[in-house]
Design a protein around this ligand. Sequence first.
Ligand SMILES: Nc1ncnc2c1ncn2[C@@H]1O[C@H](COP(=O)(O)OP(=O)(O)OP(=O)(O)O)[C@@H](O)[C@H]1O
Length: 695
Amino acid sequence: MGIKGRKKRERERLAKQAEIAEDRDGEEYDSDDEDAPPPFLVFGNGPFAPPGSAPKMSQSQRFRMMDESVLERYRDDHANRKSSHIKKKRSRDEDEEVDEESLPLMHHFHDAEELVKLSQQQSLAKKQDITGCRFGHPLLGLDERVVTALLTEGFSRMTRIQERVLPLALEGYDILGQAKTGSGKTLAFSIPILHGAQTIVPKSPKSCLALILGPTKELCVQIHQILGNIAEHLNAAARQERSSGPLLGVRLITGGTSVLEERKALQSGSAHIVVGTPGRITDHVRHCVGWKLSTLRYLVLDEADRMLADGFQRDLDYIIGATPKSRQTLLFSATNSKSVHELARLSLSKTPLFIDTKSAEPKFVDEELANAVAPPFRVLQDVVDDNEAAIDEDGVPATSSTNDHAGEDIPSALHQFCALVPVEDRLRALYVFVKRVARVAKAMVFCSTVASTTFHCQMMGSVGFHNEVLMLHGQMKHRQRLATFAAFNEWSTGVLFCTDVAARGLDIPHVSWILQYDPPLDPTEYVHRIGRTARAGNVGNSLIFLTPEESRFIKYLTNFGIHMEAYPVPEKLPRIQEKLEHVLQLDPVVAKSAVIAYRAHVGAYLSHILKETFDVHRIDLDGLAKAFALTSTPNVSLPKTSAEEKQDYVKGKIKSLNKRKGQAIRHYEQMKTKQQWTDDGSFVGMSRPKRSLSM
Ligand SMILES: Nc1ncnc2c1ncn2[C@@H]1O[C@H](COP(=O)(O)OP(=O)(O)OP(=O)(O)O)[C@@H](O)[C@H]1O
């Protein structure tokens, strides 16, 4: 197909998708939201190039166009099959329908009625959750302009963590804050900064007063957006009050954009609040002449443990070193881990307080540290020591019962399920999930690798969910990542395939399902992944797929207070394996992705920290190949088991002994003196061995 043909097809598809979008608007459970923007288009002209942009095709578009033509070929291919094939297919389709009708999965994937009930529950839960003081409470002493701006943004009352943090943060304490996912931590650290800015900016209009660090671009974009929106109201009010004077500037620094542009903005002094990722900020601290952190008043480290786990320790050390000791530091995370406490010890200076929503009152960080027995998160040395060393009688890695806090960080309106799916059925089970959820709800599917994310998104796109799936991972280009994130935010239904890059802090509206298709690395990551739903008092569901061989991970999570209901796995999944395999035959791009994802899956398994639970030697590799729609099992080199290693050692020893024995015999044969006798039997002497003979 030529480029013109593609463009024509693209235009047709655009029109079709616009129709679908209209239909979908009617189906939304939040249907009274008339202002809701139409769902983004995924492929072709999808989020990577919003509608109306230049027709130039990006690589991803081309790929998706190819997908479209692949689908067409796929359809033609099926249409041209002999009648017997068609009959067979029909009966198979009927089977499929019957199977799916009887799927218990359906019971959990909401239908329209359920969704109405759900939204009622949601508003009730929300009311119960946000019942704190008003932001305008006189005892809080929050700047009135900030209160008004918050009200304009729709925030009138505080959440529990805000109620606890704000009075102390406004007094200038250093704070280590911890609260459930989606409980409003972003405003808890943003409001003190906005309050302080009201007096600091007019006095020092050219200085940077706050630096907020987050682990991912998406999280920084989100924080920047929240602060930016409130700052806009503040600036509008300031313009009305006085005709001149400095306005509050909030600047995003995350890489992927022009360094020079960023430098100019920082040097101009108009960036009073800077939000960024540690890598890029370090770069500017080092090289941006004229931008100094010596005037900094507030330093915020959001999801600090993730920043440490991602290898930003040195950057963080450097940035903290460049800030003045007099700064106020606010450190936040949804999970309470040892690495956060370590960072707290290093970065918090002024009488640091530990504030969470469980304790009766704030504690001093040192006191909290003394009580904290580190859960085995992230710091690999600890993981090995704590997890693998302590195995209970069922062979499940155990934890100290005083430590297992992770479960307490889960919102109560979040329903957690676990499904045991045999390895060879995983892809079909995923298909069922996507089919049931993609057009009625919003879901995120977490995969452990970029390759797995890519393959599963491509595969689901190829089997009919072109308009319902998106992917997000760290190897995408900056622009693509941000566009995808923005698009999924806008969607009312659909599925986002993602890596753990989307696990932290992201506040994507209306996500009602989280599927952990690949297992998380540890309970912390589990909690953060599922925390993308049931936010701010809403209800949500999470589901994790495990194979029966991995089932003791459930018990392991139980040790951390994470309890899941068993998810009824359908006895018969739709018979679509052949259809899935056919996609690979027709589309070399997906076929290549499948092999890469298969190998990456084995690699992820190999590097999983719970080696006993995720034992690479227990994987049924042929079954796993089926889970990637592969008809033959790709080669992978696995490390040897200890038994195999022992066997190899013994074999090697025997081999080398035999070799040496052979050499000795040969040597003896060559060197031995031979007696020589005459025919009549008389001895005539000894022959000497020839020196030239080699041994
Ligand atoms: N006072 C409030 N009133 C109403 N809604 C609020 C309030 N504070 C926060 N929210 C809403 O709650 C949601 C979650 O907030 P936020 O993203 O800050 O949570 P979080 O605790 O940082 O989550 P995570 O741990 O996942 O990063 C957002 O949609 C936000 O708009």
